[in-house]
Design a protein around this ligand. Structure first.
Ligand code: NAP
Length: 439
């Protein structure tokens, strides 16, 4: 049995066990990947103990620098970077490596991004930023600007990496530089944890900054679309998350532990599998086709389908119409509770009630692990087709649909990641959603 693991401070949201489990399956290996949440002052003792029981471990926030003191040997690139994220225990010795370098390089290759002669801004100056800086220097980037919240600390920590082409500035300076709309930069890379689940509404820089860069890369992979990336998307810029890099660096670590080459196609395969954890959420007007499209998507993608109204009816033991008898406010409270529960699920297709957008808390919960699609069906088609008798807010009053539409349209647009037109055939709608998810 191959025993591996991850050392860090808070690991409950780590995807590493899943990645390595997928790898074990792919490679037909009997393996075990554990999580070790250890306090800083216990690291040295922990490494001594674990070295006797395991083949190797990965190291994450905030111990990539700390562990170096306890190692017998450190690879060239890890020394250059000054951080270790992979340890191999062999014959009573501890060997340190940095596979973030390899992971980052593969992420750029995968997205056809050249860095030679480019101006690149790196947000953050911690462990992974160092790997990125070393890679960019080796690949002859024109200028590397590191943005740090504590300039003195960053300058001290990065001392040996700084030169004419590599400088450190503050977040305030970056905002100032980008105040002018016509400044067009090149690549912006987030190497801070800002925007990581559950703090998903935070971006390390303002929209103004994102607007000025052609490519935004976030090394965060949970959520797959951070606020930082959403800002880039809003201005039609290229945006890339850290999922591919995460898998690529994990594969590089396995290559060290197993002492064999693992074929490249496996990175893509596993990244795709991990993306499947994200929920696909459908919002839109009553009668816009959410349930129908959701069921068809569920068949096509072989993912479980959840209709939030069905979920509520089952849970409450009452029909939606009957729940409305106690007033809409009462129903909305029940709905918010149900949405909070449904949002915790993974890899589902979720169709929501038309009024879900009335409470921002619902949308925040759904967004945490979901991509939200607004199914936009022309209002005249909805009016023509809808059965008002099963819709409590429209019962005996079809005309009310117009006021509901006016009240909600902006909210559907505001809360959705993508608007998908539902004008023609269901196959087209499904095709559009699948294409977006695949990209
Ligand atoms: P780290 O060594 O702890 O460094 C974090 C950096 O972010 C430090 O420079 C820190 O500044 C800065 N920072 C933290 N909070 C900040 C705030 N509120 N405002 C401004 N700056 C802040 O962590 P790391 O290992 O480099 O990882 C950073 C991120 O990259 C994490 O989100 C991690 O998940 C991700 N990552 C992804 C991959 C991948 O394969 N996709 C690999 C590694 C890391 P101070 O020094 O002032 O604290």
């Amino acid at each position: 049995m191959l025993r591996l693991g991850l050392l860090g401070e808070k690991l409950s949201h780590s995807l590493s066990p899943k990645i390595h489990k997928f790898l074990f399956d792919e490679l037909n290996i009997e393996g075990n990947y554990s999580l070790f949440e250890i306090e800083k002052n216990m690291i040295s003792n922990f490494l001594k103990k674990i070295s006797k029981e395991t083949t190797g471990i990965n190291v994450t926030i905030p111990y990539k620098l700390e562990v170096m003191n306890s190692l017998d040997w450190i690879s060239k690139e890890a020394k250059e970077i000054g951080a270790v994220n992979t340890i191999y225990f062999k014959e009573n010795k501890k060997y340190g490596y940095n596979t973030d370098y390899f992971g980052f390089s593969r992420l750029l290759e995968q997205n056809n991004i050249q860095v030679k002669d480019k101006e690149i801004v790196i947000l953050g100056a911690g462990g992974v930023a160092r790997a990125v800086i070393v890679y960019l220097k080796n690949k002859m980037a024109k200028e590397i600007i590191i943005v740090a919240r504590d300039l003195n600390k960053a300058k001290k920590n990065l001392k040996e990496l700084l030169d004419k082409k590599v400088k450190v500035i503050s977040f305030e300076d970056l905002e100032k530089i980008n105040e002018k709309e016509n400044k067009e930069g090149e690549i912006l890379i987030n190497c801070t944890p800002l925007g990581m689940y559950p703090e998903v509404e935070i971006s390390p820089v303002s929209e103004k900054v994102s607007r000025n860069y052609g490519i935004s890369i976030d090394l965060i992979y949970n959520p797959i679309e951070t606020k930082f990336l959403k800002n880039a998307k809003k201005y039609n810029k290229k945006f890339i998350n850290g999922m591919f890099m995460l898998v690529a660096q994990a594969i590089a670590a396995e290559e060290i532990w197993l002492n064999k080459k693992i074929e490249n196609g496996i990175i893509e395969k596993i990244s795709k599998k991990l993306n499947q954890d994200t929920n696909i959420i459908l919002i839109g007007m009553p009668g816009c086709g959410k349930t129908y499209v959701g069921k068809k998507l569920s068949e096509k993608l072989d993912r479980e389908f959840i209709d939030s109204d069905d979920y509520i009816e089952k849970k409450e033991g009452k029909k939606i119409q009957d729940l409305f008898l106690d007033g809409e406010d009462c129903f909305r409270k029940i709905e918010t509770k149900a949405i909070a529960e449904i949002s915790l699920k993974k890899g589902k297709i979720i169709s929501t009630g038309g009024g879900v957008v009335k409470n921002y808390k619902n949308m925040e919960a759904l967004k945490k692990n979901g991509i939200i699609f607004f199914l936009n069906r022309p209002l005249e088609k909805i009016v023509e087709e809808i059965d008002v008798n099963s819709r409590p807010l429209l019962f005996n009053n079809k005309e009310k649909i117009y006021s509901i539409y006016n009240e909600r349209l902006e909210k559907y647009k505001k809360y959705s990641d993508y608007v998908v037109e539902n004008k023609t055939y269901v196959e087209e709608v499904i095709g559009a959603i699948i294409k977006i998810m695949e990209n």
